[in-house]
Ligand binder design. Structure first.
Ligand SMILES: Cc1ncc(COP(=O)(O)O)c(N)n1
Length: 488
């Protein structure tokens, strides 16, 4: 399925916690596709805004047109609008492109105190943009500023109880938006719904959503209550909430569900904030996203390059025994000893693969492991022939005692296979499959290796041959995910 597209029209926050940078993280974390039209650049961090560079409105319009005319858009979200002229430009563009779903976060003042919209732009915001909003998401100070500008006689100057939030939301809705979410984070309540007078009394945060698809009698009112959580890591909370709502709407949720899910997302983002910066730090935007620590198709590369694995792997593949095979100095008796142990090892390796058949959850994997078992069976016959060339008989191999190392590794693999799942067993067997491939490849490419007259060169060539390298590739799971465009 192609991802739903969200266009953000907002300012950039160089510190990545608010503005366009936060918006894009939130939208990506929701599995949507983020696009941007930039109103202004800010030089900003968690402590303050040190400069604003305005983008000319004509250029902003070009960005909006370019994006919508080609990629298209499902939801538009606005943030920092910077100037009255910019707002005019955005309103014209939204009307021109018949934007259907518009989330307007009327950003005015940064948490750190800087003005992000000049007061004279409020009139334009009220007249041109709010009427286009599917939902507007002011916090209490922004809502009161808007209301006092729109209705100089508006009687409320502060929110003292949860009912006041509803009054404010209804009043903003009269200014044009279909839905209004008034965010109560700036005025926490006591548990009984009255205003907290001291820090200790801050117990509850109430957000109120008011709206509906139209018609006086159909007004929906939703009160969202959450525990007050004292944190300095709230930079970009408003941007993040509005982007979460925009993403949820883009994915087809109805407004109350989109807002509820958005609020939950932001609450957890604050609770799990990474603690960056010396001031008002950013949220954790990715708490809801499970990320692979490796690029798909490259699990083995990731595993072998991990700092806790790499040195062990290096010691394994450059064991003195291995290096002596490369330069041909390995005593023949040592090699013969290895060949016998390898035969005994293969018996347990076949058993472990049969166990993998048992542990597999699909017929395909059951058959794949069973095929490896029969392959090992054939290999063992070849092995006997190869050993014969060194004067070792089948009888001698079958009557030799397993060495400690062979017992230790094979029983480890079988124990993992017994006690863990299919994947655990595959990983336990991997050093064998991958190790032979890596060792042969390394010795084969090493200019210090002795080719002519090296008794072990056939062994090396055997494991760089096509059939073995294909087995290594298959065993490493080197698959590539299909892109949505291919699967659509
Ligand atoms: C570019 C930009 N946009 C929005 C905000 C508001 O975020 P906050 O209220 O958390 O400071 C910001 N600080 N910077």
């Amino acid at each position: 399925m192609a991802p739903t597209r969200v266009l953000v029209i907002a300012g950039s926050d160089s510190s990545g916690g608010a503005g366009l940078e936060a918006d894009q993280k939130v939208i990506a974390a929701h599995g949507c596709y983020a696009m941007t039209a930039t109103t202004a650049l800010t030089a900003q961090n968690t402590k303050g805004v040190y400069g604003i560079h305005f983008v000319p409105p004509e250029f902003l319009r070009k960005q909006i047109d370019a994006v919508i005319e080609d990629v298209g858009v499902d939801v538009v979200k606005t943030g920092m609008l910077a100037s009255a002229e910019t707002i005019e430009t955005i309103a014209d563009a939204l009307i021109h492109h018949k934007a259907k779903t518009v989330v307007i976060d009327p950003v005015m003042i940064a948490t750190t105190g800087a003005s992000l919209l000049p007061p004279e732009a409020l009139d334009v915001l009220l007249a041109r943009l709010l009427p286009l909003a599917t939902v507007a998401t002011p916090n209490v100070p922004e809502a009161l500023l808007l209301l006092h500008k729109a209705e100089p006689g508006f009687e409320l100057n502060a929110v003292r109880k949860a009912d006041d939030l509803e009054t404010v939301a209804r009043a903003i809705r009269r200014l044009g938006p279909q839905w209004v979410l008034v965010k109560g984070g700036h005025c926490p309540f006591r548990r009984d719904g009255t205003a907290a007078e001291s820090k200790r009394e801050r117990e509850l945060v109430v957000d109120v959503l008011v709206g509906g698809e139209g018609g006086e009698g159909e007004e929906v009112v939703v009160r969202l209550e959450s525990e007050y959580y004292d944190s300095r890591h709230t930079h970009g909370t408003g941007c993040s909430l509005a982007s979460a709502i925009a993403s949820n709407l883009a994915k087809g949720m109805d407004m109350p569900s989109a807002v509820r899910a958005g609020c939950r997302y932001v609450q957890v983002g604050i609770r799990t904030a990474p603690g960056l910066g010396g001031g008002n730090g950013p949220l954790n935007h990715f708490h809801s996203v499970y990320t692979l620590p490796f690029s798909p198709g490259h699990f083995i590369d990731y595993l072998l390059e991990r700092p806790d694995v790499a040195p062990v792997w290096k010691r394994f593949i450059s064991h003195p025994f291995v290096l002596a095979m490369g330069d041909g100095t390995l005593p023949i008796e040592s090699f013969k000893g290895y060949l016998i142990q390898d035969y005994l090892y293969l018996i347990h390796f076949a058993r472990a693969n049969a166990l993998a058949s048992y542990k597999a959850s699909s017929m395909k994997d059951i058959a794949a492991s069973a095929a490896i078992v029969t392959h090992i069976f054939r290999e063992m016959e070849l092995h006997i022939g190869y050993c014969g060339g060194f004067g070792i008989s089948r009888d001698e191999m079958e009557n030799t005692e397993e060495k400690e190392a062979c017992t230790a590794y094979t029983r480890y693999v079988l124990d993992i296979g017994q006690s863990q799942d299919w994947l655990g067993l595959q990983v336990a067997m991997a050093p064998c499959l991958l190790g032979y491939g890596a060792i042969a490849k390394m010795l084969h490419a090493d200019p210090r290796s002795k080719r002519e007259g090296n008794l072990y060169w056939t062994w090396i060539e055997n494991y760089v041959a096509d059939d073995y390298t294909t087995a290594v590739k298959t065993g490493s799971g080197e698959w590539q995910p299909a892109s949505p465009a291919q699967t659509a």
